[in-house]
Design a protein around this ligand. Sequence first.
Ligand SMILES: [Fe+2]
Length: 509
Amino acid sequence: MRHSRRTVVSTGLALAGAGLLRTWPARGADVTFSDDPFALGIASGYPEADAVVLWTRLAPQPFMPGGGVPPSAVEVEWEVGADERLRTVVRSGTVDAAPDWAHSVHVEVAGLEPARDYWYRFTSGGAQSPVGRTRTAPARGTMANRLSLAVACCQHFEQGHYAAYRAIAADAVDCVIHVGDYIYEGRGTSRVRSHDAPECHTLEDYRQRYAIYKSDPHLKAAHAAGPWMLVSDDHEVENNYAAEHSPLYTPPEVFLRRRAVAYQAYYEHLPLPRRLMPSDGRQHLYTSRAFGDLAAIFMLDGRQYRSPQACPPFPLVACAEIYARERTMLGEEQEQWLRGSLGASTARWNLLGQQTVLAHFDQSGAGPPAYWADSWNGYPAARERLVATILERPVANPVVLSGDIHAFLVNDVHATALDNDSPIVATELVTSSISSAQGRTQETFDGWKAENPNVHLARGDQRGYLRIALAPEQLHAELVAVDDVTRADSPTHVLAAFDVESGSPGVVR
Ligand SMILES: [Fe+2]
């Protein structure tokens, strides 16, 4: 029996005044659900050599306030097995799903073996979740001969189907790297499919939005197929926000309330470790994971600590203000952390997962230079500091994984951004959107590519993701494009492939 069809039964515990309680009596075997409480799926994330995070959220009626679960804690059992049918359970336990966190659970399973697949499932109220696959990282001191990744971002629900996630699920990679715009707070134009929920402002609005997005079977399948690491960008809160600044000049104290509930809903719906749980309206999202001696992946937050975009009205800017030395993308604390962590990394490959385009990219067309104010091109001093950090040690084989622009770009990052004769410091692979629309024509992207010699490919006309196979001597990246984003079952194809050889930054087609 996968799940009971009975309605939620309250079992004698008084619910009066429950909204005021901060600790909840846990209810386990005596709870039953009218519908599948695992309708929003299951997920895993942030793999370590001996540990991984497991996630689910109880929501038998995901589009109802409270998800259809009464406002008390509900006991959830979890099991991790060595085989797909969980015949051999190697770790198990129970955890309380609390209403304050939308009955989500984030289980940090430890004591696992390195570099191997595990399977997991949850049970609550007599209902059992599907079985998910996850994978631990290789151990320190070992050089894995292969690591497979998918890089994804920008998945506007209304602007397209998730055929890209269908392909990611089939790839069953070692880790999915998501670099932002997991939800969109607003409605879409050029709709392929529709939800009738309005722009998000309240905690309930954001929870509903995640419920809508996570109702998609291909997104659920991609989560169930392997672990993820993520950073949010702007649309998880509000388009183009910067730290405590709303682009609509909402008073910061008002905007910070909206940001706090948006951060909370993000945590509630994703397989983040408890260390990345928001508190007091802030969320420490940046972190790293080592994959043995082969790779280290650094996930950066270029949104929560940044200076406001320069020279409004953006998006395209060219004013002197962008060059101010004090302008920051990561904030001082994160810059220091990255300098220390990158400096200490002994990995053969060092991957930076982050939101916006890093490499120099003049988007003026024929005129004098003009830059996308929201990307690193609007924060050139911050980019210089990041490049200096990479050059300092120097960091072995840095590769930047970016998103945001709804286009595939393959870029060289030069030591001096404006000087294409200066040494290449890093390769940047920018993934296109999973489904979000691109307003600009391919002719526009062709024009930008022509005036930026450090840009090897620029395709704004394709949706999709990056599929990366990493080996000690080489990174192989495939740009996977969706044939038809209006179809959930669309095939995908490899649009182009690039290699980066160990010890020589810059791509080979
Ligand atoms: Fe986006």
